[in-house]
Design a protein around this ligand. Structure first.
Ligand code: UT7
Length: 329
C-alpha cells in the first residue's frame, strides 16, 4: 500500500522582514529584489531562544490536533533541515521531546532545499514496507541563523519557516505518493552553495567567525542555471513516467527559491500559471520548509480534492533535486 498525507500544517514566525527593511540595512532596493526574485518579504524568528525545533514543535502540535491523534501514536519523526538546533542531538529528537512522542524513533535528514522531498520518500518507504502506520515528516529551517546580513546576495533571499505532514497507509490503491525521482550531484554541486565552517572540516574558531564562514555562500548565477535545468527535467520525467499531461496536473508545488525559477519550470512543463503554487513573495526561501508550507496552504484553501494530481519539485545545495507525484486521497 502506498503512503498518503493525512494532515498538513505550517508555522511562520510573525515577525516580517520586508524589502524596505533590507533597504535600510544593505545596498539594495525593493524593485531589484522583486524583479529578480519575486520576493517582497520574509519571516524571521528573531528570538535567539527559539531554534528550529521550536517551529517543528508548532507544526507537530497542529498536525496531531488536525489528525486528532495523540503524540504517542507517532512511530517515527523525520525532520528535514540544514539549520538544526545543534549538530547533535537531532532536531527530530528535540521535536519528539516537545510533543512527547515517546513511542517514536527520530532522526534528521539534510538535503538542503530538497530535504522535504528526500524525507517524504524515506518516510513513505517505511509505510509501504508495512513497518509503520503513522510517520511525521517536517521540513524546517531557521535560515536567519546562517545569514550574513551584510551580504546582499544572500540576505534578501531567505526566511524562516516550517511545514509538515502526517503520512499513513493510503485508504485505497491508486492514491497517495505514487512516484518519486530523487537525485544528487556532489561532483558539480558542492562548491556553489555551502556553509564553510561549523563542521569537521572547519571547526568553529575565532578565524572562522572573523571570516564569516558560518554564513551561507552562494554562486547565485550557477545555482540559478542548474536549478532551472534540473527542476524542469525532473518535473518532465515525473509527468512522462506517470502519463500525465499538463492538463492532468492540478497543482505544481515547486521549491520556492525564486519566482523566475518557478515560472521557468512551469513553462517547460506547459502547466498553466493558475496551477502553480507560489508564496515566495511572502516568505522568501525557507529551504526545507517551502514545499510543506505550500502543501499546508493548498490544503487549508480547500482546493485539494480526492484525485487531485500534485507534482512536487525541488532543487538545492549538494546539488540535490527531485520530484514526487501525489494523487491526493
Ligand atoms: O534554494 C536553493 C537554491 N538557490 C537558488 O535557487 C538561488 C538561485 N539564484 C538566484 O535566484 C539568482 O541568481 C539571484 C537572485 C541570487 C541573483 O539574481 P541574478 O539575476 O542571477 O543576479 P546576479 O547575481 O547576476 O547579479 C546581477 C547584478 C550584479 O551587479 P553587476 O555585477 O551586474 O554590476 C550584482 O552585484 O545585481 C547585483 N546584485 C544586487 N543588486 C541589488 C546582487 N544582489 C543584489 C541585491 N540588490 N540584493
Amino acid at each position: 500500500m502506498k503512503a498518503a498525507i493525512t494532515a498538513t500544517a505550517k508555522y511562520l514566525p510573525p515577525n516580517i522582514l520586508s524589502n524596505h527593511d533590507l533597504e535600510l540595512m544593505l545596498e539594495t532596493n525593493d524593485e531589484w529584489i522583486r524583479s529578480r526574485t519575486g520576493i517582497s518579504e520574509r519571516r524571521i524568528l528573531n528570538d535567539l531562544e527559539k531554534p528550529t525545533s521550536y517551529m517543528c514543535g508548532e507544526v507537530a502540535r497542529q498536525l496531531l490536533e488536525k489528525r486528532q491523534i495523540d503524540a504517542t501514536e507517532i512511530e517515527l519523526i523525520i525532520v528535514a533541515t540544514m539549520t538544526p538546533d545543534m549538530l547533535f542531538p537531532s532536531t527530530a529528537c528535540f521535536t519528539q521531546k516537545i510533543i512527547g512522542a515517546s513511542n517514536a524513533w527520530a532522526f534528521d535528514i539534510n538535503a538542503a532545499c530538497s530535504g522535504f522531498l528526500y524525507a517524504l520518500n524515506v518516510a513513505s518507504s517505511f509505510i509501504e514496507s508495512g513497518a509503520h502506520k503513522k510517520v511525521m515528516v517536517i521540513g524546517a529551517d531557521k535560515m536567519s541563523s546562517v545569514i550574513d546580513y551584510t551580504d546582499r546576495s544572500t540576505a534578501i533571499l531567505f526566511g524562516d519557516g516550517a511545514g509538515g505532514v502526517i503520512l499513513e497507509p493510503a485508504k485505497e490503491e491508486g492514491y497517495g505518493i505514487l512516484d518519486t525521482r530523487l537525485y544528487a550531484d556532489g561532483t558539480n554541486g558542492t562548491d556553489h552553495l555551502l556553509m564553510l565552517a561549523g563542521g569537521s572540516r572547519n571547526p568553529a574558531s575565532h578565524e572562522t567567525v572573523d571570516k564569516k564562514m558560518h554564513a551561507i555562500r552562494q554562486d547565485g548565477r550557477q545555482v540559478f542555471k542548474a536549478a532551472v535545468m534540473a527542476m524542469a527535467e525532473v518535473a518532465g520525467e515525473i509527468m512522462s513516467r506517470n502519463n500525465l499531461t499538463a492538463d492532468d496536473v492540478d497543482y505544481l508545488v515547486p521549491h520556492q527559491a525564486n519566482q523566475r525559477i518557478i515560472n521557468a519550470t512551469a513553462e517547460r512543463m506547459g502547466v498553466d500559471e493558475k496551477k502553480v503554487v507560489s508564496n515566495v513573495a511572502l516568505y522568501g526561501n525557507t529551504t526545507a520548509g517551502t514545499i510543506p508550507i505550500c502543501l499546508a496552504e493548498l490544503d487549508e484553501s480547500g482546493k485539494l480534492h480526492t484525485g487531485s494530481n500534485l507534482v512536487l519539485v525541488s532543487f538545492g545545495a549538494g546539488y540535490t533535486w527531485g520530484g514526487i507525484y501525489i494523487k491526493w486521497q
